[in-house]
Write a protein that binds this ligand. Sequence first.
Ligand SMILES: Cc1cc2nc3c(=O)[nH]c(=O)nc-3n(C[C@H](O)[C@H](O)[C@H](O)COP(=O)(O)O)c2cc1C
Length: 221
Amino acid sequence: MTSSRPLRAPLRVLRLVASPNANHSESLKLSQQILFGLATEAGRRGIQLTDLDLNALAPVDASYAQALANQRIVTVSGRDSTLSRSNELIDQLQACDVLLIATPMHNYSVPAPLKMWIDQVVRVGKTFVGTAKGKVGKLTDRPVYVAIASGGHISGPQARQPDFLRPYLSAVLATIGLTQVHYFSVEGTAKGGESLSTGRATGYGDVQAFFGRQSCRVGQV
Ligand SMILES: Cc1cc2nc3c(=O)[nH]c(=O)nc-3n(C[C@H](O)[C@H](O)[C@H](O)COP(=O)(O)O)c2cc1C
């Protein structure tokens, strides 16, 4: 479903911003580190970044919900309808080479704005089909990078809470055909101070190790 493009065309990165914290967002800052890594990887191609603030999305409307529930072929019923918005979001997703998701953990899982995006791009007949063996994704696979910020810990021996965010996101992205999902996290932000510094150092270090670089511009957004 991706179009053929010149080899030197910029790497098209679609970044989803799920935090309400604007430029103070830790997940956004972490995603910036991933962008530096992608820019290094892209080299002279460069990257073309499209930012989508998910906080501006509206919940799905009744006709969309009913159409999906009944698995009817749905038609656009108005420019402001969920269906029309869903078509735009799916086109935007199909047009990117790399999906980058900047998200906080909210109550052990994805925050509501990210869930609203998911509800509008995971669409029967459009981005996946139901078969006798289960749901099969229709999108061309491409890398997905997820930058998570969490107030507490979700990894290692300090984790004292369930993590539904990563398993859920992996499952729902696989439903539409996106299986190359890489997670990075800044954990322990709630305590601030040393805990936040350690969380950033660990998360940014993991990004640097992944992209094989020695120096990311820490803290720059
Ligand atoms: C509604 C809400 C729910 C939260 N739930 C959790 C949670 O379940 N686990 C956790 O570790 N932190 C939780 N937090 C804390 C955020 O994950 C943390 O502040 C994070 O750094 C926010 O990232 P951001 O700056 O990118 O928005 C929650 C915060 C809010 C506002």
